[in-house]
Ligand binder design. Structure first.
Ligand code: NAD
Ligand code: DAU
Length: 363
């Protein structure tokens, strides 16, 4: 029997990247993407995959118990990979409720459906796996030194990270209480193609191209550990193939960068690409250096200072490591946004403009 895989949130940034990888890596598997298509979800992220005979798309929320239960009954999933989430910290500060509904109640609904299908009646956990995709933000903030390991205590500081932490705790509890075959991954900041332009890197690329203000929060010295999205997908695949049930794996790029340095790098790449290509220079006219657009604005509330992942466990036990060089990954990413203007123009209309005004209007 072909393996049946449920990918939730597969129309988002990381989920669509992973869906592409899994369909290539396991061509015989039947893949279902369940996605509510919120502002962050976009069917065009899946492109041609939608036409594959072994691919199904279901529009709906992971918190919708009748829908989720029906899918489990009809499709007899072997593997669940849960990407679906409200994922943006700034939005969680403006309006936390939906973060609790999706990230906590949604994960709970998926766990209950898996428990019902795999652990009751004639169900079995043989060959079953529930992989929960989480974040390093659950660990809170670091000082100037040290790293997050799998044993670092949870200290979430935003409504987003608190809701992800709650979902991680539920996943853990379902392993210890019911024996549900779960694995949790906690990854650092991703970047790459198809990232929604409310996150730092795509927002800065698009604003730099358009010659608009580049709003850096606080003093710009906050640090994140950046990983190219396909390296994250490769890590999840390694976890799917070889991860131990009940375990947690931290995933990071071993690549700490200060926010303001990233924005300067984007400016340099955009300046160089436009100066070398007259057609591009006409499309995105700008005189001077784009770094002049950097504007320090009011800080994010509760802004975590530094994240850094110790990914020794997944490297040693599963043989995975991040391979994309940061400058090269950033050049590829800028080039992707240049080549895919219709994609980002479509997603930054309507609702996004309202968010942008609320988030940046008074800063
Ligand atoms: P994203 O915001 O780009 O995509 C989220 C997807 O989930 C969208 O397609 C959206 O439509 C869908 N979704 C939202 N609510 C839903 C619901 N109730 N039911 C079904 N689908 C719903 O997010 P992303 O950056 O791709 O992140 C994916 C996952 O990875 C999240 O769980 C996030 O917490 C985690 N993560 C993200 C990063 C990062 O840097 N982006 C790092 C570590 C972990
Ligand atoms: O660490 C993993 C997390 O990384 C994921 O769990 C989240 O889903 C993902 O959104 C990301 O969270 P961050 O808050 O770190 O990412 P964001 O791109 O929003 O911001 C990165 C840094 O840049 C952060 O320190 C805030 C800063 N920033 C962000 C924006 C949008 C700015 O200075 N200006 C901005 O306009």
């Amino acid at each position: 029997m072909a393996e049946n895989i449920l990918i939730t949130g597969g129309a988002g940034f990381i989920g669509s990247n992973f869906t592409r990888r899994i369909l290539k890596n396991r061509p015989e598997a039947r893949v279902t993407v369940l996605d509510k298509l919120t502002y962050a979800g976009n069917l065009s992220n899946l492109g041609d995959l939608m036409k594959k005979p072994n691919f199904d798309f279901e529009k709906g929320g992971i918190e919708n118990a009748p829908l989720v239960e029906r899918l489990f009954t009809e499709r007899d999933f072997d593997t669940v990979v849960n990407f679906a989430a409200e994922s943006h910290v700034d939005r969680s500060i403006l309006g936390p409720k939906v973060f609790l509904e999706t990230n906590i109640m949604g994960t709970f609904t998926l766990l209950e459906a898996a428990r019902g299908a795999w652990l009751s009646g004639s169900g079995s956990i043989e060959g079953k796996r529930f992989i929960h995709v989480s974040t390093d933000e659950v660990y809170g903030t670091l000082g100037e030194t040290g790293y997050f390991t799998e044993d670092t205590p949870y200290r979430p500081n935003s409504p987003y990270s608190a809701s992800k932490a709650a979902s991680d705790h539920l996943v853990r509890a379902y392993y210890h209480t019911y024996g549900l075959p779960v694995i949790t991954t906690n990854c650092s900041n991703n970047y790459g193609p198809y990232q929604f332009p409310e996150k730092l890197i795509p927002l800065m690329i698009i604003n730099a191209l358009k010659g608009e203000k580049l709003p850096v929060y606080g003093d710009g010295a906050n640090i994140r550990d950046w990983i190219y999205v396909s390296d994250h997908s490769a890590a999840i695949l390694a976890v799917m193939n070889k991860g131990q049930l009940g375990e947690v794996y931290n995933i990071g790029g071993r690549n700490e960068q200060k926010n303001v340095d990233i924005v300067k790098l984007i400016c340099e790449i955009v300046d160089k690409m436009t100066s070398e290509d007259p057609e591009l220079a006409r499309e995105y006219p700008f005189s001077g250096r784009r770094s002049e657009l950097i504007t320090f604005v009011a800080d994010r509330a509760g802004h975590d200072r530094r994240y850094a992942i110790d990914s020794t466990k997944i490297e040693r036990e599963l043989g995975w490591q991040a391979t994309t060089d940061f400058t090269h990954g950033m050049e590829k990413t800028v080039r992707w946004y240049i080549n895919n203007r219709p994609w980002w123009e479509a997603v930054i209309s309507g609702e996004y403009m309202k968010y942008y005004e609320e988030q940046y209007g008074k800063r």
